[in-house]
Design a protein. Structure first.
Length: 166
């Protein structure tokens, strides 16, 4: 439980808003709630549970493939990448999907967390790209070297050029 709570605290840059039980009640299910987005109606909460007797050996596969945390811009995503890198957290995969850029991380339980941002500043541009022949030819996108990708952007490469798919 503690490694998961601490990993998500580092990933999100915030601690849980609620955590139970009190240290003198270890028999109660432990949980931590992280409030991700507080502007109604888009409130989002991540809940971590430590249920006693939970036997992961019952199933050889996990029920969760991955979940995505979307950033407001590529600048915010790249700042998060820098902060996580400074904490020793490296993505296991980095992708330019065309409509968005994503960095994929493993949490301590090997769940995949996708941190992403849209590659376009407006919904119309985003949707137009998704209807383009370029996207139809390669809907998955391409793997990228995160440091080179971010470095090119920060060196002045226009976002439209950076995110174009081959």
């Amino acid at each position: 439980y503690e490694p998961m709570r601490d990993w998500y605290t580092d990933l999100l840059g915030m601690g849980p808003v609620t955590e139970t039980p009190l240290p003198n009640h270890p028999e109660i299910v432990r949980l931590a709630f992280f409030r991700l987005h507080v502007d109604f109606p888009y409130t989002q909460m991540l809940a971590l549970f430590d249920v006693h007797g939970d036997d992961l050996a019952v199933s050889p596969t996990r029920g969760l493939d991955h979940f995505q945390l979307r950033h407001g811009s590529v600048d915010e995503l790249f700042e998060r990448y820098d902060r996580l890198k400074s904490l020793g957290m490296q993505p296991v995969n980095s992708m330019n999907h065309g409509p968005g850029t994503s960095f994929y991380y493993h949490d301590p339980d090997e769940n995949v967390v996708e941190l992403s941002a849209a590659n376009f500043s407006t919904l119309d541009e985003y949707l137009a790209f998704m209807d383009s022949p370029e996207f139809a030819a390669n809907p998955e996108g391409i793997m990228i070297d995160a440091d080179k990708y971010i470095g090119s952007y920060r060196a002045g490469m226009p976002l439209a050029e950076l995110v174009s798919l081959p």
